[in-house]
Design a protein around this ligand. Structure first.
Ligand code: C2E
Ligand code: CA
Ligand code: CA
Length: 584
């Protein structure tokens, strides 16, 4: 006996026949066979109610009965039970085709003809019960599967709105919530909390440390959550707090509270980790799409860490301009909108110009003159600096070569070219510059490159390789904006530096600030110790110049002696002292 056959014995069977003898006969037969749940009914009108109550697994149904015949009864049962209709075997004496046909079309499973043959009755009943129990089993399995799938879907739905690392609501959940508030025209304040230091933690101490840090940050922020606030994770380094309750309160004050959470370091794997945080704030009265709102909050992020800023339309305008300026910049070389100017560097002992710094100028058809302070950072971020930088090198060397051959400048006149970090990070930068210097027939000593400290720090090894190669060829290396970057003098020892350009922020208050004087003095004496020359930038007043000369600065550059000049102006001034009273 297989599994389904054994389940047959527990099956509930209902016998319906108006003749009690028939009912009894079948009952005895079935009981002898081992069936235990048998119910006999002789009143066809009671059947429907009993079937609904007892849910038999099989009905043996007489066709011919007074008041309600088997076919009619079956129709009724089908109507009230539908898919739950148990299988039916008709008990019949007649075997006329018409009755059979009607019964089958109603869904009858089989027929038993009176008088009953014991063997046949048992076999047919067993067949139907087995088939039915298989069907039930499949149905149960299908139902179970459906339930499991439904549960899993609910779980996945939940997970798809959750950040896996912190279990906080993720980007999708935040956007959905903002969509909801918009539909309800509910005012909200969005705080975009941008954290710097997680990536560094991952690099320095490993992923598990970074993960722990992320969780600690989430915990601290969570403490600031109240009422209907929603704190979520926007990206690997950005959290978002949506505030619906304090919308009339002071967002600035709240962001200060949030910032304060980061004053203390985080303890991760028995290490103290510090992170830096800034916050962008965006308000909405339910009139911004979630995407707009998040964009506003991201745009509002201030430049400086430890600060917060609220979104304002001007921020957007500035961005739109910089996007358009950036686009225009891509055409600048092809449209011949670029030119060079040259700002003299003057020897403080002789008063003569000994060289000049090459400064790029852009006269855009669309924006007129654009300051390099605006377009150089754009070119750096978009990669156009490589093309621009090559153009500058090409033009500057071309000029110097021409000036030298026409003797428009003295033999030892040199040009300093600004080189950005991205240029320096090209592997063949030094080789190509060297080749060009040779091609233009210029002694390498007459060329200097100016690099900023921050540029060097991007990839110290690469920068050091490139600069060493240039230095071996004879090219001078100047550290630009000295004092504004890392100001670690130790790295200077490792680099082939020949010039320090003291940033103009130290020169500006030189004649008023004793502290700045001391600083500049220290830098200059230390530079002397290392064998570097010093150039002071941004000298605008006689008093500054006088002080610098006394302190022992070698060269100065600034509006006081000369602004950046075009070629002809430079030639006119290069053979006479720029500041004759200096010459003693
Ligand atoms: P920088 O290398 O520090 O160049 C000196 C800047 O100070 C120039 O600004 C110059 O015009 C300005 N300046 C000169 N004397 C004075 C003064 O007495 N007072 C004040 N307040 N400013 C003075 P500019 O030409 O606007 O250039 C700005 C920056 O753009 C440069 O700063 C440099 O970092 C970058 N830059 C300019 N040309 C190039 C280039 O060809 N390549 C690269 N990569 N960067 C360039
Ligand atoms: Ca410079
Ligand atoms: Ca500078």
């Amino acid at each position: 006996m297989n599994v389904t056959a054994s389940t047959c014995m527990t099956a509930a069977i209902m016998i319906v026949d108006d003749n009690p003898v028939n009912v009894q006969l079948l009952q005895v037969l079935l009981e002898d066979e081992g069936y235990r749940k048998i119910e006999g009914i002789t009143q066809p009108l009671q059947v429907e109610q009993r079937v609904i109550e007892n849910r038999p697994d099989l009905i043996l149904l007489d066709v011919r009965m007074p008041r309600l015949n088997g076919l009619e009864l079956m129709k009724r049962l089908m109507q009230s039970l539908g898919a739950d209709m148990p299988p039916v075997i008709f008990l019949t004496a007649q075997i006329d085709e018409d009755t059979r046909h009607q019964a089958l079309s109603l869904g009858a499973h089989d027929f038993l003809t009176k008088p009953f043959n014991h063997q046949e009755v048992m076999q047919r009943i067993r067949n139907i019960l087995q088939r039915n129990s298989l069907k039930m089993e499949y149905r149960a399995r299908a139902e179970l599967m459906e339930t499991l799938v439904r549960q899993r879907t609910v779980e996945l739905e939940k997970l798809s709105r959750q950040d896996p690392a912190t279990a906080l609501p993720n980007r999708r959940a935040l956007l959905e919530m903002l969509q909801q508030t918009r539909q309800n025209r509910q005012p909200v304040v969005v705080y975009m909390i941008s954290v710097q230091g997680v990536e560094q933690a991952a690099m320095l101490h490993g992923l598990s440390a970074a993960e722990e840090l992320v969780n600690l940050i989430s915990e601290r922020l969570n403490r600031q959550v109240n009422g209907s606030d929603l704190l979520g994770v926007w990206s690997s380094s950005d959290w978002v707090l949506v505030d619906q309750s304090q919308v009339n309160g002071d967002a600035e004050q709240r962001s200060q509270q949030l910032l304060q959470q980061f004053n203390k370091p985080f303890w991760v794997q028995s290490r103290q980790l510090h992170v830096q945080v800034k916050i962008g704030i965006a308000h909405s009265r339910g009139d911004h799409s979630p995407e707009q709102l998040m964009r506003m909050a991201a745009l509002a992020l201030p430049e400086q860490q430890g600060r917060s800023r609220e979104y304002a339309l001007e921020i957007d305008h500035a961005l739109t301009r910089s996007g358009r300026v950036h686009e225009a910049l891509k055409q600048a070389v092809a449209r011949r909108e670029l030119s060079l100017m040259f700002q003299p560097k003057v020897d403080l002992n002789s008063g003569y110009m000994v060289g000049a710094e090459v400064l790029l100028r852009w006269n855009s058809a669309e924006f007129s003159w654009v300051s390099p302070a605006e377009f150089i950072p754009l070119a750096e971020s978009g990669g156009e600096i490589i093309e621009l930088g090559n153009w500058v090198i090409q033009q500057a060397l071309g000029c110097l070569s021409r000036w030298r051959s026409k003797r428009l400048v003295p033999e030892d006149f040199s040009l300093a070219i600004n080189v950005s970090a991205n240029q320096l990070m090209q592997e063949d930068f030094a080789i190509r510059l060297e080749e060009q210097i040779v091609r233009f027939g210029i002694p390498a000593e007459r060329v200097e490159v100016e690099v900023t400290e921050s540029g060097l720090m991007k990839n110290m090894q690469m920068a050091s390789d490139q600069l060493s190669q240039l230095n071996r060829a004879g090219v001078g290396i100047a550290i630009d904006d000295f004092g504004t970057g890392y100001s670690s003098l130790s790295y200077l020892k490792a680099l082939p530096v020949s010039v320090l350009k003291i940033d103009r922020s130290f020169v500006r208050e030189l004649h008023n600030s004793l502290q700045d004087q001391r600083l500049v003095e220290t830098v200059i004496s230390m530079a002397g110790h290392f064998g570097f020359k010093t150039v002071a930038e941004g000298v605008e007043q006689a008093a500054q110049l006088e002080l610098l000369r006394r302190i022992g600065c070698h060269l100065i550059q600034g509006y006081f002696l000369s602004p950046p000049l075009v070629e002809d102006e430079l030639h006119n001034r290069v053979f006479t002292p720029l500041y004759s009273s200096l010459v003693s």
